[in-house]
Design a protein around this ligand. Sequence first.
Ligand code: ZN
Length: 95
Amino acid sequence: MKCPSCSKKIDMFSKELNTWDKKKFCPHCNTPLKTKVNIKKAFLYAIPLMTTTVLINVFFFGETYLEHFITGIGGGFIVLLSMELIKYEDSQETE
Ligand SMILES: [Zn+2]
């Protein structure tokens, strides 16, 4: 993920982003940040996932366990992939 303020890359799994606080700080420029799920992106990633589960239904008829497994893992990945950082002040304005 990229910092919206200094454009430097921040590791998604860094301790700066993995706090329970709503307000997070960029480890490079110390700007207050917030993580947000980009709905548009999540939707784009959801299309191939849904296609995969439909294909599994067709080819592995009745194997619902596999379908649930892929939907669960895929759903988690979609959330991770769709996360982006926004400036904390910006989030206060829009919400
Ligand atoms: Zn920064």
